[in-house]
Design a protein around this ligand. Structure first.
Ligand SMILES: [Zn+2]
Ligand SMILES: [Zn+2]
Length: 116
């Protein structure tokens, strides 16, 4: 009897998860007229009702997917900032690491030259 009950439980759980899967696939889509905050493409359909105050943050499907695959690829996180190159005094706005010693930074060009 115990075994039977266990099986019933598993079956029920599977059944339940299947149910929620299909519910997710049939998620209600909201129609509208928004713009992608990244590429400016028109967005006519969203799987959620966007917050009017956050409409500027909306992303079209392509940009959304690109963002996900970037993360999945494990791209190095870029650190934004306002630094200066110690060699050519050019401005550095992005670095692949969080700089500790900002007096010794090199822009991309100088860095490349220094390695040659
Ligand atoms: Zn976009
Ligand atoms: Zn430089």
């Amino acid at each position: 009897m115990v075994v039977y009950r266990l099986c019933d439980k598993i079956f029920l759980n599977k059944f339940k998860s299947k149910m929620s899967d299909s519910q997710q696939n049939n998620r209600q889509m909201f129609q509208g007229n928004w713009k992608c905050g990244k590429c400016g493409a028109d967005i006519t359909e969203l799987p959620f009702q966007p917050d009017p105050e956050r409409e500027g943050d909306l992303k079209c499907r392509d940009c959304h997917r690109a963002g996900i695959s970037n993360r999945a690829r494990g791209d190095r996180q870029m650190h934004q900032g306002n630094w200066q190159c110690s060699k050519c005094d050019g401005s550095i706005t992005e670095l692949p690491f969080e700089p500790r010693d900002t007096g010794n930074l090199m822009c991309r060009d100088c860095f490349r030259n220094s390695r040659q």
